[in-house]
Design a protein around this ligand. Structure first.
Ligand code: HEM
Length: 517
């Protein structure tokens, strides 16, 4: 109904419509005719007919039970018949691209009145455009696919490609040369790890963990070995199509036989003239269900080797049902006498482990970014919920035990953010070898800390949301998703304990020989 047709009403007018078949309610100055809807209401007709609701202002009761988005759905928005004279709507959704005003919902550099040594005006401009793009284009697709388990829509992939977001997700580097990034907001030379962090944060805060990986995480981890170790012909054949969103790559390392213990992998590649013949299986392969290429770790008689295997005869992918949405395209991959041209070898035969390991720091840092963004999203959900939920006649945040949980969540999120930004700053100022030398252990420890605090926050958030935190629709749907899927961040790209141990072992190696108490 357009604003013109809405009737100006008084609370007394509304009060006259308080019975079955003639039922109005007020929510945030808007008058809804729920006479016919009552029987269809998922919460039942009785609650709408209750004293204090029928013909009354039910704003507080409504927001204790529904997310605002319910009222924005067209089928419900059209129930509105009028507005209360002299009142104005208070509760409005953010416009696409706007940052949240809820304290701690955004990192400090995006909060009004705060400062940061790391981000420039260019980062701010880039973030604004990225947030708008995610709000308008990606989020609706994420919510839909997370639910129906389908892979990311090609129309969204096309738009990601148009802005060169697929290429930017690989980080700064020569692969960006000549590309127009985000419509020209940032030049390839200016693009740094904070720009990439911004993209990762927009992805993480979608709150749809399966789709987060479905958003071409396979490209992010599967393309760098091709770019860094493939022949120029191979790069030309694969990379432009991947950046254009026409072809997809998955990284195929982990097996039922070997996860964090990469050296234990058992997929075998044997030479036959100008071909490799590959036999073996790979498990938990993100985007594997729709990948056109598999960057695959194999064992050969001369040591480990990484091959780029196209989806060809003998390659089969089967979905693995995991705790998160099949939007991630998680696959069990079998290679059955697959013939791969020798020209598809990435790096030197025998150097496979190095090719695989060279990817890990960036991958772990990426997972850390998306994981932290999701933890911050959970914090925002908790802050809003505890404010709007009334218990024993008071908002939930009037309870000291609830505030104490919020304090701990805030401290975790801000601690993670500060460490992550410091590490990102180091990445910006180190070349690749320096990063490997100085940051491998630190990133392992950081990822462990972020994923572990993330699971603690998921537990606290679930307690705060109660039954709604274990319900896939309605008020707690993002908390339910986060609680169910936060263990992914502790497993993917290296199990938490292994990474913590790596960090400490690296520190031990660097202990000065003459250090004594
Ligand atoms: C225009 C007004 C309303 C609309 C369009 C509406 C719509 C809905 C929808 C779509 C749900 C399903 C859950 C969800 O997706 O969040 C729901 C659940 C519910 N609604 Fe409403 N509702 C309205 C007003 C009210 C009011 C005024 C009350 C009570 C004071 C109420 C009480 C409930 C309850 C108790 C549930 C079940 C909540 C749960 O399962 O946690 N609704 N409503």
């Amino acid at each position: 109904m357009s604003a013109k047709q809405l009737r100006q009403l008084t609370e007394e007018d509304v009060a006259e419509h308080n019975s079955q078949g003639n039922l109005w309610i007020i929510i945030d100055s808007k008058v809804y005719d729920v006479s016919r809807f009552a029987d269809l209401h998922p919460g039942g007709a009785a609650v709408l007919l209750a004293k204090g609701v029928a013909g009354k202002d039910a704003t507080e009761a409504f927001f204790g039970l529904h997310r605002h988005e319910v009222l924005l759905r067209p089928q419900y928005a059209r129930l509105q018949v009028g507005v209360i004279q002299g009142q104005t709507e208070l509760i409005k959704p953010l416009a696409a691209g706007d940052n949240s005003k809820v304290p701690y919902a955004e990192p400090t550099w995006l909060a009004a009145g705060f400062h940061s040594p790391y981000y420039t005006d260019n980062h701010k401009q880039f973030q604004k455009a990225m947030r708008k793009f995610f709000d308008e284009v990606v989020k609706p697709d994420a919510l839909k696919c997370e639910d129906n388990g389908k892979r990311i829509s090609q129309s969204v992939v096309d738009k990601l490609a148009e802005l060169n977001i697929i290429a930017m997700r690989l980080g700064p580097g020569k692969h960006l040369k000549g590309l127009t990034l985000m419509g020209g907001i940032v030049t390839p030379e200016e693009f740094d790890y904070f720009h990439e962090l911004i993209i990762n944060f927009e992805i993480g805060r979608l709150g749809t963990r399966g789709y987060v990986d479905g958003l071409l995480a396979g490209d992010v981890i599967g393309l760098p070995p091709i770019i860094n170790y493939g022949s120029p012909e191979l790069v030309k054949q694969v990379v432009p199509d991947a950046f254009a969103g026409k072809k997809f790559v998955a990284l195929a390392i982990s097996e039922a036989f070997a996860g964090s213990d990469v050296a234990g992998l058992q997929t075998v590649a044997e030479r036959d003239g100008d071909w490799w013949v590959v036999n073996g299986t790979k498990k938990w392969i993100t985007n594997g269900m729709f990948a056109d290429y598999f960057t695959t770790g194999c064992r050969s008689k001369d040591g480990y080797v990484v091959l780029l295997i196209p989806r060809t005869d003998g390659v089969e992918t089967k979905p693995i049902k995991t705790a998160y949405s099949s939007a991630a395209g998680t696959a069990f991959v079998t290679f059955d006498n697959v013939r791969v041209p020798v020209a598809n070898t990435l790096g030197k035969v025998g150097n496979g482990l190095q090719v695989i390991l060279s990817n890990f720091n960036h991958e772990r840092w990426m997972v850390t970014c998306t994981s932290l963004a999701a933890q911050r999203m959970a914090l925002e959900e908790c802050l809003k919920w505890t404010q709007q939920r009334m218990v024993f006649g008071k908002p939930l945040n009037a309870q000291a035990v609830v505030r104490s949980k919020l304090a701990t969540i805030i401290a975790r999120v801000e601690a993670c953010q500060n460490w992550l930004e410091n590490v990102t700053h180091q990445m910006n100022n180190m070349n690749y070898d320096q990063q490997s030398e100085h940051l491998a252990g630190t990133i392992g420890l950081l990822k462990q800390f972020v994923s572990r605090t993330g699971r603690e926050t998921a537990e606290d958030a679930t307690q705060i949301f109660g039954g709604r935190g274990i319900t896939q629709t309605g008020m707690g749907k993002f908390i339910e998703n986060y609680h169910r899927t936060s263990p992914y961040d502790a497993i993917l790209a290296g199990a938490e304990d292994v990474l913590g141990d790596l960090g400490v072992r690296q520190a031990m190696k660097k202990m000065p020989k003459n250090a004594r108490l």
